[in-house]
Ligand binder design. Structure first.
Ligand code: HEC
Length: 81
C-alpha cells in the first residue's frame, strides 16, 4: 500500500507477523465485528497510544491527514473479511 510505504508503519508492523506492533492481520481479526473500529483506529494512528495490545506505545502521526489515516485503517481492516 503506497501510503503506508511512504509513512513509517512498516518499521513496526508487518501484515502477518508481530513486530514492535501487532500484525495487521491480528488487528483486522480483533476489530472484525467492531463498527466503530474505523474511527477509533484512525484516531489512534494519528494520536498514538498504548494499552490495547501491550505496554509498548505506537508513536503519534500528527502529520497524517485524517483521510490518509482512515484509508490505511480501511486497508488493514480489509485484510480479514
Ligand atoms: C514505533 C512503532 C510503530 C509505528 C511506526 C507504527 N505503529 Fe501502529 N502500533 C504500534 C504498537 C506498539 C501498537 C500497539 C499499541 C497498543 O497496545 O495499544 C500499534 C497498534 C496499531 C493499531 C491498532 C490500534 C489499537 O488500538 O488496537 C493500528 C491500526 C496501527 N498500529 C496502525 C499503524 C499505521 C497505519 C502506522 C503507520 C502510519 C503505524 N501503525 C505505525 C507501533 C507502531
Amino acid at each position: 500500500m503506497a501510503l503506508m510505504t511512504k509513512s513509517d508503519c512498516k518499521v513496526c508492523h508487518s501484515v502477518n507477523q508481530k513486530m514492535v506492533g501487532p500484525a495487521f492481520l491480528d488487528i483486522a481479526k480483533r476489530y472484525k465485528n467492531d463498527r466503530s473500529a474505523l474511527s477509533k483506529l484512525t484516531g489512534k494512528v494519528i494520536n498514538g497510544g498504548a494499552g490495547a495490545w501491550g505496554q509498548i506505545p505506537m508513536t503519534p502521526h500528527p502529520q497524517l491527514s485524517k483521510k490518509d489515516a482512515a484509508e490505511m485503517v480501511r486497508y488493514i481492516l480489509s485484510l480479514k473479511k
